[in-house]
Design a protein around this ligand. Structure first.
Ligand SMILES: NC(=O)c1ccc[n+]([C@@H]2O[C@H](COP(=O)([O-])OP(=O)(O)OC[C@H]3O[C@@H](n4cnc5c(N)ncnc54)[C@H](O)[C@@H]3O)[C@@H](O)[C@H]2O)c1
Length: 341
């Protein structure tokens, strides 16, 4: 029967960090809600209890955890808690990726940063110490996201060592500011290879492990508002196109991996964050080349200023956590209103 097939896999996977080990209450406590809907109550070590609402479809199964009225749970905003989860952040050596990795660790996650640089930012060890009291941790691995075999191997090793993989933020990226007519085919291929193909293979490497471990994970691709508009003051046609491609990729991966399958795998959500201008090493380099850009970009959004990487921490934790459990295929535009006027 469907209930037997679905519920044990759920108990092992997405809800395991919330209420593991889960023990089914006696059959007499099950309450039928009609032909296709049933509620089943689970309890974990006599502490938190969660209700799991599931519905059987013809060939596939959708599982909807319900945490709406959990009176035994005294943990504030538990749905944002990443404790016990394992996360990967590409481009995590510096800039936005590093900041978002720290945010996931601050929320309790074990976070592995992957980057082409031999060493991470000078603030790395202080970040490691800062997140430790929250139960999170930061780990560093050098890898080029365009080297698929190396990337697959490292992602598999992390998942195998930890026995799970719960999330990915794909933030590794490059920029190339140049007139279109000056782009060579090598320029275009180089940039698309990092900003699009690198994101694609990062997502597939992570999804492979999420499927293997039946962890209903969440993937966040870092796109850009430049995937939605041409960027005033900075000519970077391939960069902007690569970001548009990432937004479209998220929708397609979300469609492929969203449903929970009969064996309990799947249930992977894929979304984008599209930031406006952020003060990171990438943008500081733009200002060095073109000092007038800072003032122009500040004027171009409704808040009249540039953003800092910290202003994206909340969005990253939201997308990687159960707080966004019904969001997939989406694109969170966080740009100070730049694209809204
Ligand atoms: N800074 C902004 O204004 C802004 C705005 C929108 C989107 N973004 C996007 O945010 C992401 C992070 O950018 P940032 O501003 O922090 O830039 P950054 O240059 O400071 O950081 C990018 C990181 O990616 C790493 N990286 C580059 N190529 C790689 C590769 N092949 N393999 C592994 N790692 C690689 C770099 O070493 C670096 O640590 C990028 O995808 C960027 O396009 C940035």
């Amino acid at each position: 029967m469907a209930a037997r097939r679905v519920l044990p896999s759920l108990a092992r996977t997405s809800s395991s960090r919330i209420a593991a080990p889960l023990t089914a209450l006696p059959r007499r406590q099950l309450t039928g809600l009609g032909d296709q809907k049933k509620w089943r109550r689970y309890q974990s070590n006599g502490a938190a209890a969660i209700k799991i609402h599931y519905e059987e479809q013809t060939t596939r199964t959708t599982i909807v955890p319900d945490f709406s009225r959990n009176t035994l749970d005294t943990h504030r905003f538990r749905e944002f808690d990443l404790s016990g989860g394992v996360y990967i952040v590409t481009g995590g050596a510096r800039g936005l990726g590093f900041c978002l990795a720290e945010a996931l660790a601050e929320a309790g996650g074990k976070v592995h940063c992957l980057d082409i640089l031999p060493n991470p930012d000078h603030a790395w060890s202080s970040a490691q110490s800062r997140v430790a009291p929250f139960g999170g941790s930061l780990h560093y691995h050098q890898v080029n996201v365009t080297d698929q075999p190396a990337l697959e191997a490292i992602v598999a090793r992390i998942a195998d060592d930890r026995g799970r993989l719960d999330g990915l933020i794909a933030a590794a990226g490059k920029q190339l500011a140049k007139d279109s007519l000056d782009h060579t085919i090598e320029d275009a291929q180089w940039l698309m290879n990092i900003n699009y193909t690198g994101v694609f293979v990062s997502a597939t490497a992570a999804a492979r492990q999420m499927l293997k471990y039946k962890s209903h994970g969440s993937i966040c691709l870092i796109a850009s508002m430049s995937g939605l508009v041409a960027n005033k003051g900075l000519v970077c046609p391939i960069y902007n196109s690569s970001k548009a491609a990432v937004i479209q990729l998220a929708r397609n991966l979300a469609m492929e991996w969203g449903r929970v399958r009969e064996d309990g795998s799947g249930g992977i959500r894929v979304n984008c964050i599209s930031p406006g201008h952020i003060l990171t090493p990438m943008v500081q380099a733009d200002f060095k080349r073109q000092p007038d850009l800072r003032e122009l970009w500040q004027k171009e959004n409704m808040l009249g200023r540039l953003s800092t990487p910290e202003e994206f921490k909340g969005a990253a934790v939201f997308l990687l956590s159960r707080a966004s459990s019904f969001m997939t295929g989406g694109n969170l535009v966080i740009d100070g209103g730049h694209t809204a006027w």
